[in-house]
Design a protein around this ligand. Structure first.
Ligand SMILES: C[S@@+](CC[C@H](N)C(=O)[O-])C[C@H]1O[C@@H](n2cnc3c(N)ncnc32)[C@H](O)[C@@H]1O
Length: 322
């Protein structure tokens, strides 16, 4: 990562978290340490930060980058779904702010060997934690067609899921699909056949910059391989449970499935009662735990998107602990 790399929505995150000395922050997706660098810098000289990531190679880079702050930093290889027990192991049970910057890091996307990108030739892997048992190739080659259709529909919202899986099933009987480009090509073949004759395609092809046909398939596989949505649900519950009153939860998501979970979780914890409508007297014993800070998600400015096109789909939601 270049020294000039600026993490997504950096200024907005710093404005909400307001990092200060003597406070404790968790960067639950530390990646290459971009946000953490600024949190540690702004909380000089005594603010502490715990950085967590599934990816050991990212942690090694973050460690180097954050070396100047090493006395105020704890790095943990782990899953934010286990946030509470990861912090317990260090005797930390309450913190002043938690940041989740979801999705893949630029390191993961730009390293062909990790298999996240349909633009680079690499093994079809996609494991954020290389200790995970199952790679994307195993899912593509070993799942039943019905299982694959469900993954592509549910996690990719892919409208041609059935046709793509049908084609994958045909291809893999001849040769297993083991590389990123093999899969991208298989999906592209379905799209070009489907869309060539469609009116919508011809109408839009000169005007609309379409996303790559394999985008949704790759997203779906990545989510499945890493259990991303389940981790997010558990990670949000854990983050809310460890925040001190007034502490901030900041979550940056990059697609609608993630954003929906974040929005619903924050809404759930911001309610005073979750009894079904028309229940005469409250019986739920639900306790309001959050105040919503951002009614609508905060989006990157056009100048940020121009400087970093990967920021274009980012959405930031923030809430504070009651
Ligand atoms: C978008 S990157 C974070 C970039 C970071 N904010 C920065 O500025 O460098 C997301 C990171 O979250 C990590 N990650 C994703 N899911 C995780 C999980 N459940 N637990 C821990 N880390 C996770 C990924 O490995 C990746 O390094």
């Amino acid at each position: 990562m270049s020294e000039t790399h600026i993490p997504v929505l950096r200024n907005e995150i710093l404005d909400f978290l307001t990092p200060s000395p003597n406070r404790v922050y968790v960067d639950a997706t530390i990646g290459l340490g971009g946000h953490s660098f600024y949190i540690l810098k702004s909380s000089f000289p005594t603010g502490r930060l715990i950085g967590i990531d599934l990816d050991e190679s990212a942690l090694a880079i973050a460690e180097k980058r954050l070396h100047p702050f090493k006395d105020r930093l704890i790095l943990i290889h782990g899953n934010f779904a286990e946030l509470k027990s990861l912090l317990d192991a260090f005797g930390i049970n309450k913190v002043d702010g938690v940041l989740l910057d979801l999705g893949v890091s630029s390191l993961q996307l730009d390293t062909p060997d990790r298999g996240f990108s349909f633009q680079h030739l690499g093994p079809l892997d996609m494991r954020m934690d290389v200790q995970l048992d199952t790679s994307a190739a195993q899912i593509v080659n070993e799942s039943t067609p019905d299982e694959l259709i469900q993954i592509f529909r549910e996690y990719g919202e892919e409208r041609y899921a059935k046709q793509i899986v049908h084609h994958i099933a045909k291809v893999r009987t001849e040769t297993p699909i083991t590389t990123t480009l093999q899969l991208a090509e298989t999906v592209e073949q379905v799209y070009s056949k489907k869309l060539k004759h469609s009116k919508e395609y011809r109408k839009n092809s000169n005007r609309v910059k379409r996303i790559h046909p394999a985008t949704r398939t790759f997203q779906a596989l990545r989510i499945q391989v890493n259990g991303e949505l389940n981790n997010l649900v558990r990670g949000l519950d854990a983050a809310i449970s460890i925040l001190k009153p007034g502490g901030h939860l900041c979550v940056i998501s990059f697609h609608s499935l993630e954003d929906r979970i974040v929005k619903q979780k924050i809404r759930h914890y911001a309610r005073t009662c979750i009894c079904p409508p028309k229940t005469p007297v409250c019986i739920c014993e639900h306790e309001k735990a959050l105040n919503v800070v951002t009614r609508k998600p905060v989006l990157p400015s056009q100048s940020e998107i121009d400087a970093n096109p990967r920021a274009r789909s980012a959405k930031l939601r923030v809430a504070t602990r009651v």
